[in-house]
Write a protein that binds this ligand. Structure first.
Ligand code: FES
Length: 103
């Protein structure tokens, strides 16, 4: 999976650098650095909803959740902040990895 965090001017002003740093820490914390590639991105033309985080899962999702827009290759999460990054990650991204837990 690829996660792209918008670093366009509006999202930058809304704290995208902090969101990137938080996502970097979360990939380490959840031990998924090998499974998720983190990238910065240009503007997604959703500036009013920034900071925007695009999750490229490779397929269209079936279910839209609050603060999310579906795309052909995944979904866009809106209003990401340093403070809500872990909640977004844990609820809307991590479960998609379908990791089997060791018993
Ligand atoms: S600057 Fe991030 S969506 Fe436009």
């Amino acid at each position: 999976m690829i996660i792209k965090i918008c670093t366009g001017s509006s999202c930058h002003l809304n704290g995208s650098y902090d969101v990137i740093q938080e996502f970097k820490s979360l990939l380490k914390k959840y031990d998924v650095e090998d499974l998720i590639e983190l990238k910065a991105s240009f503007c997604f033309n959703e500036c009013i909803n920034g900071v925007n985080v695009k999750c490229e899962t490779g397929s269209m999702m079936n279910e839209e959740m609050p603060n999310m827009t579906l795309c052909d290759d995944g979904f866009l999460l809106h209003h990401a902040t340093k403070e809500n990054a872990e909640e977004l990650f844990a609820k809307q991204i991590y479960p998609l990895l379908n990791l089997k837990k060791n018993a």
